[in-house]
Ligand binder design. Structure first.
Ligand code: NAD
Ligand code: MG
Length: 294
């Protein structure tokens, strides 16, 4: 008989130690290292021969997707910021341990010219491209709109929203029928927190972009979906995504009473990329610990 786990206690469910890093934060240095499936994700050949670009692939949710993609048989190009090189190299080792190709392409997706370069490099080095897992994101909590600087407002929209247009535009000439595009939304794209006015608005925008793009690309046989995480334990949160006081009890106000771990999202990124999802497009999948997407 297989072992049955209680989801309340299946992953870390105590208070997290209070901690802060300058953004984007390095996963290696977190106290309680996020679980991205390094020791647990088992592949079943669902993405054999596929070629995936994963943004934000060094840490957190993107890392969980990248590890799972490699274990399912895909070659993977990873994008991240230069400050995250150490995290990215860990992921590279894990991908190569599966006998898959790992291509590291650091750079700022908030720049249109870099998004083009990123796609060109990924396509060339992977010798093709048929999965875009667009996971990179920026989140900085600000309590009062009076203190929300235009620089932050602009950068949050550039990284979270504009980068999707720039990356998809650059990739479309290369994406064959059967390709899959996956964006990363949030519960914030349904129910905005008062201290995330810029970030939450980008997630509403991502929902609209994803569903509209899905309809535009359906005739080409390209599916487009999104994943909407609830509170997940990642560098994003301890580098200003939450006020420091909110870190210990992070995620405990969800129905499942704990934060999620990145590995708990891996299967959905795999499913949406795979041909198992052949009739799935224009959808947003919630992985939220029970927070309703409404
Ligand atoms: P994370 O810090 O591990 O990942 C975010 C990644 O974004 C970073 O690793 C970094 O590589 C990348 N990034 C940030 N700015 C960038 C830039 N200018 N150029 C290139 N890359 C950049 O945190 P995560 O929580 O795994 O975040 C992944 C995605 O999940 C984000 O889109 C985030 O909005 C979304 N999300 C996270 C949560 C959560 O609770 N952690 C909840 C809902 C949605
Ligand atoms: Mg990171």
């Amino acid at each position: 008989m297989s072992k049955l786990n209680n989801p309340l206690t299946q992953y870390f469910h105590e208070d997290y130690p209070k901690q802060y890093q300058e953004p984007p934060g390095v996963q290696k240095e977190m106290n309680v290292i996020p679980d991205c499936g390094e020791n647990s994700y088992i592949g079943a050949g669902k993405l054999k021969g596929r070629k995936a670009l994963v943004t934000g692939g060094d840490s957190g949710i993107g890392r969980a997707a990248a590890i799972a993609y490699a274990r399912e048989g895909a070659d993977v190009a990873l994008n991240y910021l230069p400050q995250e090189q150490a995290d990215a190299e860990e992921v590279q080792k894990l991908i190569e341990a599966e006998g898959r190709k790992a291509v590291l392409i650091p750079g700022d997706v908030g720049e249109e010219s870099f998004c083009k370069e990123l796609v060109e490099k990924a396509y060339k080095e992977l010798d093709g491209l048929d999965v875009l897992a667009l996971v990179a994101g920026k989140q900085q909590a600000v309590e009062d709109i009076a203190d929300l600087e235009t620089d932050q407002l602009r950068k949050t929209f550039e990284v979270n929203v504009f980068s999707l247009y720039w990356t998809v535009k650059a990739a479309l000439p290369y994406l064959p029928a059967g390709a899959s595009i996956i964006t990363t939304s949030s519960v914030q794209g349904y129910s905005p927190s008062p201290n995330l006015l810029d970030y939450a608005a980008t997630k509403f925008a991502i929902n609209g972009f994803t569903r509209g793009l899905a309809k535009q690309l359906a005739p080409k046989g390209i599916r487009v979906n999104s994943v909407a995480p609830g509170p997940i334990w990642t560098p994003l949160q301890i580098s200003g995504g939450q006020p420091s006081d909110a870190i210990p009890g992070f995620g405990q106000d969800t129905p499942l009473q704990r934060a999620g771990q990145p590995v708990e999202l891996a299967n959905v990124y795999v499913f949406l990329a795979s041909t198992d999802a052949s009739y799935v497009t224009a959808q947003v999948y919630g992985i939220t610990g029970g927070i309703e997407l409404a």
